[in-house]
Design a binder for this molecule. Structure first.
Ligand SMILES: [Zn+2]
Length: 365
């Protein structure tokens, strides 16, 4: 099953990509695809102008407005969903796959997300008012939540109903009136027994459920880590287990999740704490090939060879681009000063290295 992530033009690509990186760092049958497709503003005139401070006329722009069946309060989300539909038709997306629009635009009912016929939108703005954590966490959570609610066939618009909890239980299907309540769901990462029963009743494939639980759990761990350990100033052990996960066992097994190519490069530097210069990297090509081959699983040998050749080529910037991305993931995850010990650091021409004492490194696979 595929989940395509698309965006409106004003949502910055870096932020969009961080959400994608987070979601795709978990293994399982749900494949996330970040689309760089730019909607044509001539074709969709409502995209031509964006007023960041625009507010709809509701009592508070911090709270959802409920859909009122009796008064037939209209749902005017058609513009957002027209983008999903256009993308779906243009790229011939399988009807079983999801198309999720990430947008910083406010919507008429001020909802944070909504899914209809496997098209969904998630509002990506205003999170800084609710949490110090990176907004990729609540956004990624809601992408998954909407997919799951659709698979569970839950009506999230007619409130109250039997499957949406009006009183917060810390469950995925809590009705969240404001964004603070969404942060609560992130902290509990729970799916309550009633909802588990519903999941079983709808015969959702177990590997999909497992992946969703792992994503929720991963997000929870990263948020809790921020609260509990942010004052830590000395390095803690780092280990790579049999499943090739990079873990910090003393920090509640926090995982540094990297895609296979990044992971190959990172493990390489964990194995070479003496440091390796960029122009020496080519001497270690065989080792890097082995590591990547081992981690990448499905990629064909030709792709593996190409990517590693590119990585060890001192001209072209592949190494420095990948190093910066790895370092950004680590900095976002661990914060300062801790991240300092785990980044790949070095000046051009000098050896690049991870500044953690080798006695703290435990590689088990
Ligand atoms: Zn529940």
């Amino acid at each position: 099953m595929k989940v395509y992530l698309i965006k409106t033009p004003e949502y910055n690509f870096e932020d969009f990509n961080e959400v994608f990186e987070l979601l795709s760092s978990f293994d399982g049958p749900i494949e996330f695809i970040a689309s760089e497709y730019e909607f044509d503003k001539q074709q969709f005139p409502f995209l031509q102008k964006f007023y960041p401070d625009f507010k709809f006329k509701y009592d508070s722009d911090l709270q959802k407005v409920n859909f009122d069946k009796e008064f037939g309060m209209p749902l005017s989300w058609s513009e957002l969903f027209s983008l999903c539909d256009f993308y779906r038709h243009t790229f011939n997306i399988d009807p079983n796959d999801f198309v999720v629009l990430l947008t910083i635009r406010r919507n008429a009912l001020n909802w944070f997300s909504y899914c209809e016929n496997k098209n969904a939108f998630v509002h990506t703005g205003d999170w800084e008012n609710y949490t110090n954590a990176n907004s990729k966490y609540p956004i990624a959570y809601q992408v998954v939540e909407n997919v799951m609610q659709s698979l569970m066939k839950i009506d999230t618009v007619t409130i109250p109903n039997i499957n949406v909890h009006k009183d917060s239980r810390g469950c995925m299907n809590d009705f969240c009136e404001n964004k603070e309540q969404i942060i609560l769901k992130l902290r509990t990462a729970d799916i309550c027994p009633d909802c588990i029963e519903k999941i079983q009743g709808e015969n959702i494939e177990q590997p999909i459920v497992n992946q969703v639980i792992e994503i929720f759990e991963g997000i929870r761990k990263e948020l809790l880590f921020r609260q509990k350990f942010k004052t830590l100033i000395t390095p803690v052990p780092i280990s790579i287990n049999e499943k090739k996960q990079i873990l910090l066992p003393q920090l509640n097994n926090l995982e540094i999740r990297l895609n296979p190519l990044f992971k190959a490069l990172y493990i390489f530097y964990l194995k070479h704490t003496e440091g390796v210069r960029l122009n020496e990297l080519n001497d270690f090509k065989a080792e890097l090939l082995n590591l990547y081959d081992d981690l990448s699983g499905a990629d064909n040998p030709h792709t593996i060879e190409l990517r590693i050749s590119d990585l060890v080529n001192p001209i072209g910037g592949s190494f420095s681009q990948k190093k910066s991305k790895i370092n950004k993931i680590i900095t976002d995850l661990l914060g300062e000063p801790l991240a300092n010990f785990y980044r790949i650091e070095g000046q051009p021409g000098e050896p690049f290295k991870i500044n953690i004492p080798s006695r703290l490194i435990d590689i088990r696979y």
